[in-house]
Design a binder for this molecule. Sequence first.
Ligand code: DGL
Length: 275
Amino acid sequence: MPMEKEGPIGIFDSGVGGLSVLRHIRDALPTENLLYFADSAHVPYGDKTEQAILERSLAIAKFLLEQNAKALVVACNTATAAAIKAIRSAYPSLAVVGIEPGLKPAALHTRTKIIGVLATKGTLSSASFNTLSGKIATSAGVQFALQACVGLADQIEKGELDTDATEILIHRYIAPLIPQNVDTLVLGCTHYPFVRPMIEKTLRQLSSAPITIIDTGDAVAKQLMRILAEVEICRIDERAGRLTAFTTGNPIVLKNTIFALLGWQTEVFQVVAEL
Ligand code: DGL
């Protein structure tokens, strides 16, 4: 198992959503080398079967390890729900961090005890989400109002962060949550932080009471920091780390999207769609 301190951290998502996690990782661990894998030929994961997502995730994990990744971040809620257990059992000595909708921080924050959750169909129907939400609902005495946002990740993939079509979609998904007295809204998909301004605008239009948004990208970066320190594989170097990206889609599109979303020039390589 490649555990060299110099090795990069492998981060993956169905598409560009994981970049919302990557930017927190870059802030928290500026000297680490990062590999980003966008499975753009297969996005969205949210409408696929667990088995299909599991197979993709294992293939991508293997690819990233072949690039000497010393740790893996599953920067996708849908893939974490479907595949993190299998990845951990395939690579028991590897540091693996996943992302789950921030139900716990939301339960600590809510006053109305009703929490909205925006996520993909795959995440909301997964066994791991249902086990977690059931436990938290019982222990904290809260209710979750679930909203699958079909098509929203696709809008973000197209770069439509502030178009009318995206606004209409966001309005359609958020409107039913307001009469349920939601005061906290969990972004349970890593694509959604990129439309956070549009979500905030829609919340202001629909609700006179403030609604707090919960995003766990930062918590994932902190967890990764803790694990790297624990297993003593932090990169010891003063120089800034490099980001290299891979996609099963069009590398020019990913290069332009990384620049548009994060303002970074990145080398992007194309990988065969069926790894
Ligand atoms: N970004 C992913 C997530 O966090 C999934 C979006 C998709 O491919 O449907 O769930």
